[in-house]
Design a protein around this ligand. Structure first.
Ligand SMILES: Cc1cc2nc3c(=O)[nH]c(=O)nc-3n(C[C@H](O)[C@H](O)[C@H](O)COP(=O)(O)OP(=O)(O)OC[C@H]3O[C@@H](n4cnc5c(N)ncnc54)[C@H](O)[C@@H]3O)c2cc1C
Length: 233
């Protein structure tokens, strides 16, 4: 998604998004947060029902300053959000395992966004269609042009939530382990094991009609992040 002027600026800093521990790793920079949201595939959505706190992994898509979440109207997390519950949504990209000489200093390199807010139910059919397209295209660019889009009855069986990208923060760790000076001479391997989110080659369904065209994202799923960026972002 190309950068737009309104994508600049900062996420709102509030009492709960003020970074406390390791604030050097934190930022409220909106472009940093949006880039993480655009690269990630998996959100963890946390809500409290007044007693139990539940964190549910979900797919998502960003359109401008909002995320769309979708699922069954019976989904507990989405239902709670639809009924007005505050939610916390995190998206995390794992960039490396950070292996230190000492157990104490093992860590991970990551880019992570944490958002707080209340969502609203999408009722308008045109917005539902746009949200459904965005959810598909976030998985694989161009997929919404290839897939059969939802019918009115499928829409009635889908709860779509609009969640604001406003109050939140991002946190980024880069670099190697930070071992204590007295451990540096130990003959113990230390360093980073890079991790990347890489899609493999698509495995076709056995019952595809003859002549079904293989889309580019199925023959070679494109890199989601900056190419060759592993361990350096
Ligand atoms: C892949 C990964 C692995 C991690 N492993 C550990 C671990 O094993 N142990 C550990 O203690 N910490 C770990 N962290 C860091 C952890 O997410 C917290 O940032 C850290 O523990 C501080 O938590 P806190 O509750 O004291 O945050 P506080 O600094 O009190 O949080 C205040 C505010 O800062 C922001 N914030 C905090 N953490 C994040 C974040 N990760 N992303 C975006 N905004 C954030 C939020 O707005 C939050 O409300 C890991 C992070 C990632 C992404």
């Amino acid at each position: 998604m190309p950068a737009r002027p309104e994508d600049a600026g900062e996420l709102s800093t509030t009492d709960r998004t003020g970074l406390r521990r390791r604030r050097d790793r934190g930022t409220h920079d909106r472009p940093v947060a949006l880039a993480i949201l655009d690269e990630g595939l998996l959100a963890h959505v946390g809500v409290n029902d007044g007693g139990t706190t539940v964190v549910t992994p979900m797919t998502y898509a960003r359109v401008d300053e909002q995320l769309y979440l979708h699922g069954s109207p019976a989904n507990r997390t989405l239902r709670l959000i639809a009924d007005g519950a505050e939610a916390c949504v995190t998206v995390t990209l794992l960039d490396a395992l950070v292996l230190a000489r000492s157990a104490f200093h093992h860590s991970m390199n990551y880019r992570c966004v944490m958002l707080f807010g209340t969502g609203t139910v999408v009722e308008d059919n045109a917005e539902k269609l746009a949200a459904s397209a965005a959810l598909l295209d976030h998985m694989a660019a161009g997929r919404s042009s290839d897939a059969r889009m939802p019918t009115p009855s499928e829409f009635r069986s889908t709860l779509i939530i609009r969640f604001p990208i406003d109050e939140g923060s991002a946190k980024v760790r880069t670099g190697g382990p930070v071992d204590d000076d007295e451990d540096l001479a130990l003959p113990i391997w230390a360093g980073q094991i890079p991790f990347d989110l890489v899609g493999g080659t698509g495995v076709p369904e056995p019952d595809l009609p003859d002549g079904t065209v293989v889309p580019p994202y199925a023959s070679r799923y494109p890199s989601r992040g900056p190419v060759g960026s592993t361990g350096t972002h």
